[in-house]
Design a protein around this ligand. Sequence first.
Ligand code: IVH
Length: 679
Amino acid sequence: MNPAERIADLRARIRHHEERYFVLASPEISDAEFDALMRELQALEHQHPDLVTPDSPTRRVGGRPAEGFATVEHVVPLLSLDNTYSEDELRSFDDRVRRGLAEPPARPIPYVTELKIDGLSIALTYEDGVLVRGVTRGDGVRGEDVTANVRTIRAIPLSLRRDHRPTPTGAIEVRGEVYLPRQAFERLNREREEHDAPLFANPRNAAAGAMRNLDPGAAARRGLSAYIYQLVARGDEPWPTHAETLEALQAWGLPIEPNWRRCAGMDEVIDYCREWAEGRQALAFDTDGVVVKVDSLVWRERLGATSKFPRWATAFKFPAQQATTRLLRIEVNVGRTGAVTPYAVLEPVRLSGSTIQMATLHNEQEVARRDIRPGDFVVVEKGGDVIPKIVMPVLGRREPDLAPWVMPTTCPACGSWLHRPEGEVVWRCLNTACPAKVRRSIEHFASRRAMNIDGLGEAVIDQLVTRELVRDAADLYRLTADQIEALERMGQKSAAKLIAQIEHSKTSDLSRLLYGLGIRHVGERGAAALARTFGSIDALLAASRDDVERVPDIGPVVASTLRAYLDEPGNRGLIDRLRAAGVNMTTAQPAPSFVEGSAAGGSALQGKTFVLTGTLAGTSREEATAAIEARGGKVSGSVSRKTSFVVAGDEPGSKLEKARELGVPILDEEAFRQLIMER
Ligand code: IVH
């Protein structure tokens, strides 16, 4: 095979596996095998730059528009959908469709039903099968050109398959929805929480934020996906139905949500809507309804559209997952950091498949602001799979003289006075020995992402704390098999297993220990950065607040809470006792260098922060990152004064300008390679 043939072959294989992975969710090869194909293609394209094409899978992340996004006029405006809220309204829609057809058929009207994906609409243009443009809905008439971001969404093919007749030739516009899978949304919010960044309210907002990000790298990292549901008609489609359109789109390699269905008439449409009103919780994405579409393309043409909606489709909105019940009382919960927060105890009520008896209430001010009183009837709502919340009290049903709720002044677990620092909304219990706090902090210490002590669950911890066998994490390491065996529902075997797990946790890396200590604002990533930088707890104890603040990913707030934590004698005592118990206090990846100056024998990259921008011809971003990290360096997503080097590949983005502005040293690919080779 000559290089051109091999390149074509690799691209076809990569696209095939991207489709298996991102569109059909059934991969055939491992990630490593996939990466190997990608690396081979990158290397070949590097040697033969004349063979690089814009639809090559290596070109997903490229340049970005310099000044915001250009606006683009839609050739055919993006309409919206009329909504339907009940089965009666669905039947009226069916009647309207019949009336709208000059010769209404005697038999039921065939429809296609699809899940309504809760994301943001996107219009994609392919020219002769190659993706050339992606535009947001905007106001329906004009949208923003977000092509660079769209190209990073791996469910969206950069070129269409040509092995299905008719092949996609000329200009084709398809429309669909870009969305953030629930899992990616939860991961994103977890990371934001660790960084004290404001959380996204729902996946749609997070997806919209990513699409409007001027840095395609940032959009790529968020893990967006997409489904296509429409081909903008050119009038030359050889098939007569929307169902066949969906099949053709799928055959071209476009992602089609697989749960769509042909329905012989409105009865079957209603069955579909009922099924998914219940079944939607199990989906990997958020959906807020069903889109019902007339299947015949000829009839669609005949029905036409109003200025706002097509007459051939409607969106059936799922009934709000709400119920009314009585708020029995408000109790407070004591968290690991001592935060005392109210929650509602409800008269149990059924709500979309489960029984609800509790709801969050956030904080004292929220309860007052929304005037929620114990004894009220309240409307509760379930959004996605999160904890239910109270929408509002039903004031019309409030009994006279119902007293407002009063926040307790003492801790329900230990009785000490609660404190609320100036300017904060949360009351806290400051007693370090408070049993509720101890319970929660042990739970956190033992959790999977911290010291990972399997078998040390809530029920066991509860007994250990109640029997005063454990007052802090260090006490875990003094437990004997006999003590554990004496607990309820514990046998000899499970006790021995738990002891072994506790013993094993002593070897955990410093990053897990730091996270497990539950220091306010120090999340998993922060703990990893601290461990990597300081290498041992002693180096960290000896570090000044400024030293800590210089660690990439650590801000001033984290630096001061961490310093305050380490200066507290009680916490020092805990660390000393953990050490005495034999708990590992170092990291496997030694690092300290840039805090104390360059360590002798350390790598040139030790403790340095790199920002990568543009495409590196000879290596993938993942490889470059791995090479940097293996040498004790770190890769960050944005340029700041803390950045040691910016590595600029082909078509670098705004990060390069920012680096120039801040005077951060810039390496081209060759210089970067040499630096890597040095060590
Ligand atoms: S068809 C003429 N199908 O819902 C409009 N829309 O409320 C054709 N949406 O702007 C739209 N899933 O962004 C259609 N399976 C689906 C959809 C869907 C989500 C969105 C779309 C549209 C909005 C209308």
